[in-house]
Design a protein around this ligand. Structure first.
Ligand SMILES: Cc1cc2nc3c(=O)[nH]c(=O)nc-3n(C[C@H](O)[C@H](O)[C@H](O)COP(=O)(O)OP(=O)(O)OC[C@H]3O[C@@H](n4cnc5c(N)ncnc54)[C@H](O)[C@@H]3O)c2cc1C
Length: 409
């Protein structure tokens, strides 16, 4: 039998090491950080860097990168296991240097960068000396349709000159460089071939930080950027002309799945909190856990979390095997994002006023769960693509099987 859900002992050992590291190093660090602002800034940075140094020393650095780049050299299935453990703590992925958007940018640079670009940008990113951002979305046009991008790059001698407007650029304020997507082609053969990727050193004249956007979860590093006569050397083009869409798509497959790996961990935390609270809170003659209305919430959450885990592992397996994973990643991203919102919402319900307070992490988790349904592809676009692939599978093969995971059942 080729299907085997047991973990290889070597991977199980890594899982346990990550779990212990999160428990012994990251959680105590987070406890010291406490509520925002309770630790002085230099002490906060020192503590974060110290946790990173410990992750490196423990061999738990860059789980998603090949060993020659200082990483753990894990495949996507193994990565799912590590990411899920790391995300049990808020700072876990950052401490292991596998957080968005740096993680997706590392994949992008590794696949598309020239040797010189890799040495200059990927190397310090992997070493944890710089951070990065990915600048694609614009306020004036639908971010879910990159063929509409208006930011324009025009060739001028050895440079490209860029003018445009971006927003919701995560990490921009802290980044040492950006991967920027801009329109270079006036009349492309296909609308998808209009854009090109560039690497921008930050800060740069012409890259103007307008503001940090205040969101449902506060002001946490998503920036609005004006690009005014920004000059980028031609050598900083990433991939070829007109490859910007492909570059984005290549980046988004594994990056979307990495989000799901972290979200299942959040959903599991919420379910465990829901169960724990229900076994301790007494009302109307019994514990909440004895009431059918609560049991249904627990049961629905358990079933959905089980589905999420299987979907993540199967999509990761397809990426590892070099199989077409587009539909599986779309289905997984949609399902896990929605499940996360539902489970956290139920956990808040079971906690009552406590769940609505910021005394537990649930309120914070709920705010983050909301953006999961439209960032990296809104629900509706994923459903549109899933439907298109399902119809195409039927028309080509007389069966929808290839669009439903292509599983042997
Ligand atoms: C916390 C956060 C971090 C982000 N970080 C980054 C970043 O680092 N870099 C970056 O470039 N972007 C980033 N984004 C932007 C994100 O990628 C976009 O929000 C996303 O691509 C959707 O684009 P939009 O917001 O313009 O929504 P729109 O494209 O305007 O879509 C709005 C809504 O329209 C509907 N819709 C769209 N298309 C269809 C369709 N075909 N059928 C039916 N309905 C449809 C959906 O309901 C969708 O939610 C971030 C966003 C958030 C919230």
């Amino acid at each position: 039998m080729a299907i085997d859900f047991t973990l290889d002992p070597a991977i199980e050992a890594i899982r346990v090491r990550v779990r212990d590291f999160i428990r012994d190093v990251v959680r105590p660090g987070e406890a010291k950080i406490g509520d925002k602002g309770s630790l002085e800034r230099s002490a906060y940075v020192k503590l974060l860097l110290q946790m990173r140094a410990e992750a490196k020393a423990a061999g738990l650095w860059l789980p998603h990168m090949p060993k020659e780049w200082g990483g753990m050299g894990l495949g996507h299935v193994e990565l799912a296991i590590v990411q899920a453990e790391a995300a049990k703590a808020y700072y876990g992925p950052w401490v292991l240097n596998c957080q968005a958007p740096d993680e997706g940018n590392m994949h992008t640079l590794l696949h598309w960068g020239t040797d010189a670009q890799k040495e200059r940008y990927l190397r310090p990113l992997c070493e944890g000396h710089v951070m990065s951002c990915f600048a694609m979305t614009e306020p004036e046009v639908a971010g879910s349709d990159p063929t509409l991008i208006r930011t324009r790059a025009v060739r001028d001698g050895d440079d490209w000159v860029v003018n445009g407007h971006k927003w919701f650029i995560s990490n921009a304020r802290r980044a040492g460089f950006a991967i920027l997507i801009a329109r270079t082609e006036e009349d492309p053969e296909r609308p998808q071939a209009a854009n090109t990727g560039f690497i921008v050193d930050l800060p740069s004249p012409g890259w103007h930080h307008v503001r940090e956007i205040e969101t449902m979860h506060g002001s946490t590093g998503h920036s609005e950027i004006r690009l005014e006569d920004l000059r980028i050397p031609a050598a900083n083009m990433l991939g070829g002309r007109g490859q910007g869409h492909r570059l984005g798509q290549y980046r988004l497959g594994p990056a979307r799945l990495a989000h799901c790996m972290r979200w299942i961990s959040q959903a599991e935390t919420a379910l465990e909190m829901m169960v724990d609270r229900s076994t301790k809170r007494f009302a109307h003659g019994s514990l909440l856990s004895a009431k059918q209305g609560i049991q249904w919430m627990i049961a629905d959450s358990a079933m959905e979390l089980y589905q999420c885990k299987l979907m993540v592992l199967h999509a990761a397996y397809k990426i590892d095997r070099g199989l077409d994973f587009a539909s599986e990643v779309s289905m997984t991203k949609h399902f896990v994002a929605n499940t996360l919102g539902r489970i956290v919402d139920r956990a808040i319900q079971v906690h009552g006023a406590l769940g609505y307070s910021t005394d537990t992490p649930l309120a914070h988790m709920f705010q983050h769960a909301r953006w999961a349904r439209f960032a990296d592809g809104p629900d509706e676009v994923h459903r549109m693509r899933i439907a298109e692939r399902t119809i195409a599978a039927w028309q080509r093969h007389g069966s929808t099987r290839r669009a439903t995971g292509d599983l042997p059942v």
